[in-house]
Design a protein around this ligand. Structure first.
Ligand SMILES: [Zn+2]
Length: 168
């Protein structure tokens, strides 16, 4: 028997899948797991956008969105910060993929960019747009120490490298 979504009781596809949809002029892309349905996932993110759109995403007139990075930095509640981060990931401002992204590094080329350090998310996040990387870095690091923003072009993963080695 097919399982039903715990939230809406509709029939549930247990396969994780990417849910892509437009909302308020934004293009959202989120991953749904096997324990929720696509429409509940979509509703969850529409509610998040509603909650923060005015002050945080600056939805007015033609897009792309203007992110209020000061608000992001000033947010000290873990839950709210996660919600803001979720939105930024969903609308493609942040990414967990380094390829074609921007990162902030210190004087020794160590990444010092956006890592929430939250218990629930150990991930390091990259910026998809240069202007967001620069705005964030200027606000948070200012002139305290040497930093620079770098664009990451090509990325070869360990697995790809090992696979290629075994093929030759
Ligand atoms: Zn549902």
């Amino acid at each position: 028997m097919a399982k039903s979504c715990p939230k809406c009781r509709e029939k549930l596809s247990e396969t994780p899948e990417r849910v892509v949809f437009p909302y308020e002029g934004l293009g959202l892309s989120v991953l749904k797991n096997g324990f929720e349905c696509a429409s509940c996932k979509r509703k969850e993110y529409e509610d998040k956008v509603d909650k923060y759109s005015q002050d945080f995403i600056g939805l007015q007139g033609p897009h792309p969105p203007e992110i209020n990075w000061q608000m992001y930095i000033d947010e000290h509640s873990d839950k709210e910060k996660e919600e803001l981060t979720d939105i930024l990931l969903a609308i493609g401002i942040l990414s967990i993929e380094s390829k074609d992204s921007w990162e902030i590094v210190d004087g020794s080329s160590r990444t010092i960019g956006l890592n929430l350090g939250l218990p629930s998310s150990g991930s390091y996040f990259y910026f998809k747009r240069k202007k967001d990387a620069l705005q964030y870095a200027c606000l948070i690091y200012d002139d305290h120490y040497k930093w620079e923003a770098r664009h990451i072009g090509e990325v070869v993963s360990r697995d790809e490298a090992l696979f290629e080695k075994s093929e030759t």
